[in-house]
Design a protein around this ligand. Structure first.
Ligand code: ARG
Length: 460
């Protein structure tokens, strides 16, 4: 097969280099972006009189036919044509003849691949944001049902203070909300049209870059041709956004793995989202949650691979950059599939609210409330803390929860205790009392959920 650059060469590419050099096995995924970009380019070349209107039309029709044929599975790409750009160009010329050879006027694969990749990232961001809003709706629906479901909140994995399941879930809502916003801002920087940068120094042809940008729905033009062909920041940012979102999913999954253990029994996984063991008949394993947690690592790998890929590249385009795509696609696919199964898992999850509340009581999560009670009656907080610590020790020895001591026992520790201590220790009062913005009081969390529904409607 004759190469597009054969004029300069007297010898064929070594066979081993042909497949080593080729990217078609993975960049074929960019066929649609590549064709749409070429259609916009060809239309512009025609309007600008760089090629004739007839040639422009023949190219546009040829490319549209190729797009249809690829989508109906009629096209097989060839490794000899190296990448998606040259495969499409070769197909075009095969189909329409001479005019096909004019498509690449005033263009290089360097600005072409930058364009395709930016278009891909923009589309990927849209898909992921819509998946994330779907997950967020699920989180809100679940939280709304659990405004009064009391559970211990943890620090150092030790029961700390009572919260509600709704409040706990809304913490994840905030993480995913930041992910949505981060993807959105990544898209803004991706939304610059690089075509016209040529190989590196733009072109002497009187092209109309703005027209191409408009046709392809880009908000702006890249401002420097050398940067435009050598910049992959947008891809790195995108993969970073994926990695960070995976980290959030992974933390959620880690909690679900713990909570589904017999030791916690806070949740029960639906049988559709758990697996059995080949040896131990009693087992029900949270494989989905574990796999999401595990797959987080590969998105970190993709991010580090891209950063390392770019760190020593001189301006402008270098072939190293061909290595960006597999990482980019993999990070996108990984996050997308994880969001999909995670949302289903959450939808079918059963929360054992009784076990949660029991744990909140038996784990002294209301000890701070006991100290605060004394503090509100004039005992300096440090002394109240010390005294409550002694009460807890007493409870541990007696095998009782704080609320199970008698008033006499309390009075034995301090005369400031009165019968309203039991009210102060009731978990319901503990959470209702935390009635400040950002706190777990059900009225506050309800407000948070309402505001969040409005937010979701605004990003949809
Ligand atoms: N397949 C190449 C890539 O993915 C396209 C650009 C090639 N440009 C070049 N001058 N070899 O980066």
């Amino acid at each position: 097969m004759k190469k597009l650059w054969s004029g300069r060469f007297g010898k064929e590419l070594d066979e081993s280099v042909e497949s080593f050099n080729a990217s078609i096995s993975f960049d074929c995924r960019l066929y649609k972006q590549d064709i749409l970009g070429s259609i916009a380019h060809a239309k512009m070349l025609g309007v600008q009189g760089i090629i004739t209107p007839e040639e422009s039309q023949a190219i546009v029709e040829g490319l549209s036919g190729i797009l249809l044929d690829i989508e109906s599975g009629k096209v097989t790409f060839s490794e000899a044509c190296e990448d998606i750009h040259m495969n499409i160009e070769a197909l075009l010329t095969e189909r329409i003849g001479e005019a096909g050879k004019k498509l690449h006027t005033a263009r290089s694969r360097n600005d072409q691949v930058a364009l395709d990749t930016r278009m891909y990232v923009k589309g990927a961001v849209d898909c992921l944001i819509s998946q994330l809003t779907g997950l967020e709706e699920q989180v809100l629906d679940t939280a709304e049902k659990h405004l009064y479901s009391i559970m211990p909140g943890y620090t150092h994995m030790q029961a700390a203070q009572p919260v509600t399941l709704a409040h706990h879930l809304m913490a994840y809502f905030e993480m995913f909300k930041r992910d949505i916003s981060r993807f959105g801002s990544c898209k803004k920087r991706t939304d610059e049209m690089p075509l016209g940068s040529g190989a590196l120094a733009a072109t002497t042809f009187p092209i109309d870059r703005a027209a191409v940008a408009k046709e392809l729905g880009f908000a702006a033009l890249t401002a420097n041709s050398m940067d435009a062909v050598s910049d992959r920041d947008f891809a790195i940012e995108f993969v970073f956004c994926c990695a960070l979102c995976m980290m959030h999913l992974s933390r959620f999954c880690e909690e679900l793995v713990l909570w589904s253990s017999a030791e916690f029994s806070f949740v029960e996984m639906d049988e559709g989202y758990a697996t059995g063991s080949s040896m131990m008949p009693q087992k029900k394993n949270p494989d989905v949650a574990e796999l999401v947690r595990g797959k987080t690592g590969r998105t970190y790998g993709a991010l580090i691979a891209l950063l390392a890929l770019m760190k020593s590249l001189p301006l402008c385009y270098n072939k190293d950059m061909q290595e960006d795509k597999e990482q980019l696609f993999d990070a996108h696919d990984t996050l997308s599939s994880c969001l999909h199964v995670f949302t289903g898992m959450l939808l079918t999850l059963k929360f054992n609210v009784n076990a949660m509340e029991k744990k909140a009581l038996s784990s002294f999560s209301n000890a701070t409330d006991c100290a605060d009670y004394l503090c509100k009656r004039g005992v300096p907080f440090r002394d109240a803390h010390e005294l409550t610590g002694r009460i807890v020790r007493h409870c541990i020895k007696a095998g009782k929860a704080l609320a199970e001591l008698s008033l006499e026992e309390y009075k034995g520790f301090s005369p400031r205790f009165d019968k309203d201590i039991f009210k102060a220790l009731s978990l319901k009062n503990c959470i209702e009392g935390r009635d400040i913005p950002g706190g777990p009081a059900p009225s506050r969390v309800r407000e948070h959920i309402q505001a969040s529904r409005k937010y979701l409607a605004s990003v949809k």
